[in-house]
Design a protein around this ligand. Structure first.
Ligand SMILES: Nc1ncnc2c1ncn2[C@@H]1O[C@H](COP(=O)(O)OP(=O)(O)OP(=O)(O)O)[C@@H](O)[C@H]1O
Ligand SMILES: [Mg+2]
Length: 250
């Protein structure tokens, strides 16, 4: 479970996140949509404990992030938009290091690493240096790391970027299996087909505020008639540019 209430993040005078509240229940995949610069990554980084909120509360699986940061973070997995991995480690070393940070014991950790590498189709790369990995392989390795400690909640920032069709299908399958096991997931994405296919509910954020929230069907009904495909409704709700404007600019 992830519950955020009245969350605010200021950078100087600029409010990157301007008072948002949302809840993600166990087993729910919650899509976090919005234009570039809307505040999605900032919100997800605050939930992961990587950026300090200016105001508001974050509760992860019943643990208040400000009051009990270790318990909150131990029950959360975070998959960032850009994989950051020490390039001079092998895949196996990186996961062993990551697992040790979460206090996993060597024996069970070794087995868990093997399982995760197999799940994400990286087993034969275990002893290769990360610097030789493609972007999609690094992305999948970061996912192995995020799942090592069996988090009950997951925060995911644009997971499909850079994945080939096979990788994307694999990741969708893993996320669905996680949600079937009761994991609560908050996932940002620009791929509206992914949102439509995967998400139980969606929140649309613009300029740091949530402007629409609901199931895909509910969001589509908010479009005010006309073209009710999610992409068209999203563009109408967020005031996205029309093709005519592109024509005029050219
Ligand atoms: N460390 C920072 N210092 C100053 N401004 C920041 C910082 N981090 C983010 N911002 C600003 O906050 C706003 C929200 O950024 P954020 O990265 O959360 O957007 P986003 O919704 O994830 O966008 P995208 O879809 O492009 O990933 C942007 O205007 C950004 O420039
Ligand atoms: Mg972002």
């Amino acid at each position: 479970m992830i519950a955020i209430r009245d969350l605010v993040k200021h950078y100087g005078r600029f409010a990157a996140v301007d008072g948002i509240s949302l809840e993600v229940h166990p087993g729910e995949i919650h899509g976090f949509l919005g234009p570039n610069g809307a505040g999605k990554t900032t919100t997800l980084r605050m939930i992961a404990g990587l950026a300090k909120p200016t105001a508001g509360t974050i509760v992860v699986n019943g643990h208040d992030l400000a009051a009990d940061p270790d318990a909150a973070k131990m029950s959360l997995g975070y998959i960032p938009d850009r994989p950051f991995i020490y390039e001079k480690l092998t895949a196996g070393e990186f996961l062993a290091f990551h697992g040790a940070l979460y206090g996993l014991e060597a024996g069970p950790l070794e087995a868990r690493i093997a399982d995760m590498l197999a799940l994400f189709e990286l087993a034969r790369w275990k002893d290769e240096l990360v610097e030789s990995f493609s972007h999609g392989m690094k992305q999948r390795l970061v996912m192995c790391a995020a799942f090592l400690h069996r988090p009950r909640a997951l925060v995911v920032d644009e997971p499909m970027v850079g994945l080939d069709p096979r990788g994307a299908r694999l990741v969708k399958g893993v996320f669905r299996a996680m949600s079937a096991r009761g994991v609560a997931m908050l996932m940002s994405t620009h791929t509206l087909e992914v949102a439509q296919e995967m998400c139980d509910r969606i929140s649309i954020i613009q300029k740091g505020r949530i402007i629409a929230s609901g199931t895909v069907d509910e969001i589509r009904a908010m479009g005010g008639g006309g073209d009710d495909r999610l992409t068209a409704v999203f563009l109408r709700l967020t005031g996205g540019g029309a093709l005519q404007e592109i024509d005029e600019a050219l």
